[in-house]
Write a protein that binds this ligand. Structure first.
Ligand code: SF4
Length: 301
């Protein structure tokens, strides 16, 4: 049986993840043991490998022995946590993605100017938590859905500026923004008014191929915002079957009968070797016609 397999581009690590991964490997080589409070990148398999190499995960920076090395994740960390780390004289390695860093800087600037800040995002996500920290949690509000918007206070004539978590569905952001503008007509955008380029390109690639496939496989961890959004985008685009897998182990339970065309994509935190393993797994079982789709919308950083 032959299956056409579209390999979507881009896939694999985004630039922020490449940077963090290179850093953590160098730091492990130098120091042997490195503490983290949040996964450096949101990929379960990669983090397990790092634990074998010397990464120790703790629940809070207070638990880390004084003077040890700590690495903060690509999603960013709040300045309050950095303060604690400095007081403990930890050797700080900051893996924050430069894009997230520039959002943090702008949030801080707006907060210092006493503007109200709205972050469109998930309040439990590390990136959003870090942004709230830069806004010093005063006059900053997180909204994810219409109910959150209903609960916002009346801003009257206050200056209000919005930011967006980098890994949401960009069409969903547009929808929420429309609702926000109804409630707060004076709201204005920041320089970071929508998702990052790496997120958008992956979503666009799925939207382009959706009508030509009967299955989309997203390789990524279930706690990766990026990966979850790719699944939602595929479903919203009309793909009948969408699976999110950490590795081929999870795919073994998936019924691939009657599938004639598959699109394969991955979260921005998925190691390339997992994509290769999936292709090999499929190649061993099916007559696979592989089509490598180039990125048609490479807007760069
Ligand atoms: S998804 Fe975007 S913001 Fe997040 S780490 Fe990658 S490049 Fe940076």
């Amino acid at each position: 049986m032959s299956i056409t397999c579209y390999l979507l581009s881009p896939r694999g690590f985004c630039s922020g993840v490449v940077r963090a991964v290179n850093m953590v490997n160098q730091v492990l080589e130098l120091y042997g043991t490195v503490y983290v409070v949040e996964d450096i990148i949101h990929n379960r398999i990669f983090m397990k490998e790092l634990e074998k190499k010397g990464i120790i995960k703790v629940d809070s920076v207070e638990e880390i022995p004084d003077g040890s090395t700590v690495m903060f994740s690509a999603h960013g960390i709040s300045p309050q946590v950095v303060d604690i780390a400095e007081k403990k004289e930890l050797n700080i390695i900051d893996g924050t993605c430069p894009i997230v860093k520039s959002i943090q800087d702008e949030v801080k600037k707006e907060a210092n100017s006493k503007r109200k800040i709205i972050i469109i995002g998930n309040r439990g996500h590390a990136e959003v938590i870090s942004l709230l920290g830069y806004a010093e949690n005063t006059n900053a509000f997180v909204v994810y859905n219409e109910m959150d918007i209903d609960l916002l206070p009346d801003f009257k004539n206050d200056e209000v500026v919005y930011f967006t978590q980098t890994t949401l569905d960009y069409l969903y952001v547009d929808l929420i923004l429309g609702k926000l503008k109804e409630k707060i007509p004076q709201i204005r955008s920041s320089s970071h008014d929508n998702v990052c380029y790496a997120t958008k390109e992956r979503q666009d690639a799925i939207r382009r191929i959706a009508s030509s496939v009967d299955l989309v496989i997203v390789i990524g961890s279930s706690y990766s915002s990026n990966a979850k959004r790719l699944c939602e985008v595929a479903l919203d685009s009309g793909v009948k079957k969408v699976v999110l897998i950490d590795s081929i182990e999870n795919l073994k339970e998936t019924d691939l009968k009657k599938i004639t065309a598959i699109a394969i994509t991955s979260a921005a935190s998925t190691p390339d070797k997992l994509i290769q393993e999936l292709v090999e797994f499929l190649r061993e079982r099916f007559d696979l016609i592989i089509k490598n789709l180039e990125n048609q919308d490479d807007s760069g950083e």
